[in-house]
Structure formats: structure tokens, C-alpha cells
Design a protein around this ligand. Structure first.
Ligand code: HEC
Ligand code: HEC
Ligand code: HEC
Ligand code: HEC
Ligand code: HEC
Length: 217
């Protein structure tokens, strides 16, 4: 047996073992199809709140989608543009301000548990001052979408042609936690390329390739 066949054998065995161990309700991800994948992230960062309710533009955090192959994950500094000031949900901050006014004292700094994790990553103390004794720990976001190495995907031509983020990623602005909506299979890419070439994108003509070498090199 070739090593590839052995690997497939082992994977299949492992998968069946996992299925029988966890029972029918287990979420099983076949190798190569991660549709529905929704990993827990190091901070409960919500696209529904930020991109939906607060209306922050996707490109404010993912500017790479216009300029490079990768859309990119924003550095924690981008979060700090707002979270130097916003340390907890507004209603909690307002409630503390009211209480403090009634007690004739200065309001305490309210820091939510989730945002504490952001400040921990910078080694900030209770007053959000840098503390040299605290180690800085960069946030390690868990990658959701991931094509195999032998496929070349570039965000730029898609964004330039007017294909919206949501066409490929689903309604991100409604998601509490990011989930992979499409199967990212070859058929998915090629079917859209055929349709786009036939019918255009948003009223504009398009020439989307089905040449093997465009996606595999
Ligand atoms: C305030 C910053 C911010 C905004 C605005 C934002 N995102 Fe994100 N996005 C993140 C962060 C941080 C992650 C990594 C953590 C996660 O997956 O939730 C992420 C992850 C993602 C991912 C998954 C990446 C992967 O690992 O595969 C997609 C897709 C995505 N965002 C799409 C969007 C879209 C579409 C919009 C606009 C509707 C948007 N984002 C707006 C910060 C942002
Ligand atoms: C034509 C489909 C398509 C469109 C349109 C698209 N994406 Fe993606 N996106 C993908 C695929 C496929 C991947 C996985 C790429 C890989 O693994 O190499 C991905 C990966 C990502 C990632 C994680 C990896 C990275 O590139 O940093 C983020 C974040 C992301 N997309 C955000 C966005 C945002 C924001 C938009 C809109 C501005 C957008 N995408 C538009 C298909 C698309
Ligand atoms: C443009 C401003 C802005 C940016 C940029 C931003 N946020 Fe926020 N975020 C807010 C606001 C405002 C709230 C509070 C809304 C409310 O009252 O609930 C919030 C709430 C949160 C909360 C929920 C707090 C809780 O405990 O309920 C978390 C977690 C969070 N943000 C993480 C992040 C992360 C991580 C980033 C960077 C990827 C980020 N934010 C970028 C404005 C921003
Ligand atoms: C929803 C539709 C859609 C999906 C899904 C899609 N594409 Fe595309 N793709 C397009 C359009 C539209 C263009 C640009 C055509 C043009 O510029 O006229 C394009 C262009 C490209 C190009 C050509 C870039 C160039 O410089 O000519 C490549 C390569 C590509 N896509 C790869 C992929 C891969 C790989 C996937 C799947 C992982 C994918 N696409 C999924 C619509 C899509
Ligand atoms: C528009 C992009 C695109 C084009 C054009 C394309 N492929 Fe693919 N191909 C993919 C993607 C994406 C995958 C990964 C599928 C997955 O992970 O499920 C893939 C996977 C494959 C695989 C691995 C087996 C499989 O089905 O997953 C082979 C072999 C392959 N392609 C050959 C070809 C050949 C031959 C052509 C030309 C006739 C071609 N591809 C054209 C995007 C493309």
C-alpha cells in the first residue's frame, strides 16, 4: 500500500472510532470538507456586534482583501483603537456611573471578562497600565477557512470584480462566532467561474478562468 492509502485508511478508522465514541450528535468533519466549521476563539469576539450592530466596515479590519492575496486578521492594536476607551458594555459602565454618582464617589473602572483577555495579551494591569512583570501574549485566533496547499486563492481579483464577502463567507455580520458556510470545493469555485463568465457579476461582464493552472501551480 502507498503511504497515501495508509493515511486514508488510518483517517477513516479514526473517524469511525470518533463517531462511535461521541455518538450521533457529534460534529464530524471529513478531511477536506470543513463546511459548518465554527471553532471557539481565544476571545468571544462577535462579528454580529462589531460588523452588524456597530456597522464597522469589513475592510477596516480586513484591508488585505483589496490589496493582497490574504484578507488578513487585524492586529490587536486595531482593537485597542476603541478598547482603550471601551472597557465593558456601555450599559454596565453607565450603571456604575449612576451608582457612583448616588454614592458621591468616583466611578470604578469596569473591565469585562472578555476584554480582560485582550488587555492580558498586552500585559496591562488592572488600571490598563503596562506592567513589565506581566508577559505579553499575542492572541492566537483559530483559522476557520483553509484551502489545501495545492490551491492558489487570491482575494484581490474577486473583490475587484465586485464579488461580495458574503457571497463566499455567508452573512458574517450576523455571526456571533465565525462559521464556514460554503464547502470550498473545486466545484464551488468552478461553478461560480462558469456562471460569472456567462452572466457577469452585478451587471458587469467577467472572465473567470477554468484553466487548471490558474488555481493549481
Ligand atoms: C473590528 C474588526 C473586524 C471587523 C469589522 C470584521 N472582522 Fe472579520 N475577523 C476579525 C477577527 C479578529 C477575526 C478572527 C477571529 C474570528 O474568527 O472571529 C475575523 C475573522 C473573519 C473571518 C474568518 C477568517 C478565517 O480564519 O477563516 C471571516 C471570513 C471574516 N472575518 C469576515 C468578515 C466580514 C465579511 C466582515 C464584514 C461584514 C468582517 N469580517 C468584519 C475582525 C473583524
Ligand atoms: C470568491 C470567494 C471569496 C470572497 C469574495 C471573499 N473571500 Fe475571504 N476567503 C475565501 C477563501 C476561499 C478563503 C480561504 C483561503 C485560503 O485558505 O487560502 C478565504 C479566507 C478569508 C480569511 C482568512 C484568511 C485570510 O485570507 O486572511 C478572511 C479573514 C477573509 N477571507 C475575509 C474576507 C473578507 C473581509 C472579504 C470581503 C472583503 C472576503 N473574504 C471575500 C473566499 C472569499
Ligand atoms: C470601532 C470601535 C471598535 C473596534 C475597532 C473594536 N471594538 Fe470591540 N466593541 C466596541 C464597542 C463599542 C463595544 C461595546 C458595545 C456594547 O455596549 O455592548 C465592543 C464590545 C466588544 C466585546 C464585548 C465585551 C463584553 O464583555 O460584552 C469584545 C469581547 C470586543 N469588543 C472585542 C474586540 C476585539 C477583539 C476587537 C479587535 C479585533 C475589537 N473588539 C474591535 C467597539 C470596537
Ligand atoms: C461567487 C463566485 C466565485 C467563487 C465562489 C470563486 N470565484 Fe474566483 N473569480 C470570480 C470572479 C468574478 C473572478 C474575476 C473575473 C474577472 O476579473 O473578470 C474570479 C477570478 C479568479 C481567478 C483569476 C485571477 C486572475 O488574475 O485572472 C482565480 C485564480 C480564481 N478566481 C480562483 C478561485 C478559487 C481557487 C476559488 C475557490 C476556492 C474561487 N476562485 C471561487 C468568481 C468566483
Ligand atoms: C477556479 C479554481 C480551480 C480550477 C480552475 C481548477 N481547480 Fe482543481 N481544485 C480547486 C480547489 C479549490 C480544490 C480543493 C478542493 C477541496 O479541498 O475539496 C481542487 C482540487 C483538485 C484536485 C484534488 C482532488 C479533489 O477533487 O479534491 C485535483 C486532482 C484537481 N483539483 C485538479 C484540477 C484539474 C485537472 C483542473 C483543470 C481541469 C482543475 N483542478 C481546475 C480549484 C480549482
Amino acid at each position: 500500500m502507498s503511504s497515501r492509502v495508509v493515511t486514508v485508511f488510518l483517517l477513516t478508522g479514526l473517524l469511525l472510532a470518533t463517531v462511535s465514541l461521541l455518538g450521533a450528535r457529534a460534529e464530524v468533519h471529513l478531511p477536506g470538507n470543513h463546511q459548518g466549521y465554527e471553532p471557539v476563539q481565544p476571545i468571544a469576539y462577535s462579528h454580529r456586534l462589531h460588523a452588524g450592530e456597530l456597522g464597522i466596515n469589513c475592510l477596516y479590519c480586513h484591508s488585505g482583501a483589496e490589496k493582497s492575496r490574504q484578507a488578513g486578521i487585524p492586529a490587536a492594536n486595531v482593537c485597542m483603537n476603541c478598547h482603550r476607551q471601551v472597557t465593558a458594555p456601555f450599559d454596565q459602565v453607565r450603571a456604575e456611573e449612576k451608582e457612583a454618582a448616588a454614592d458621591k464617589r468616583k466611578p470604578r473602572l469596569i473591565v469585562s471578562a472578555e476584554l480582560r483577555k485582550l488587555y492580558d495579551s498586552f500585559g496591562l494591569d488592572e488600571n490598563l497600565k503596562e506592567d513589565p512583570a506581566r508577559p505579553k501574549r499575542p492572541l492566537e485566533w483559530v483559522r476557520v477557512h483553509q484551502l489545501p496547499d495545492f490551491v492558489a486563492f487570491d482575494h484581490r481579483p474577486h473583490v475587484a470584480a465586485g464579488v461580495t464577502c458574503q457571497t463566499c463567507h455567508g452573512p458574517s455580520e450576523t455571526m456571533e462566532r465565525v462559521r464556514q458556510v460554503e464547502d470550498l470545493s473545486m466545484g464551488w469555485c468552478v461553478n461560480c467561474h462558469r456562471a460569472a463568465t456567462e452572466k457577469g457579476v452585478g451587471g458587469k461582464p467577467a472572465q473567470a478562468t477554468t484553466d487548471c493552472a490558474a488555481c493549481h501551480y
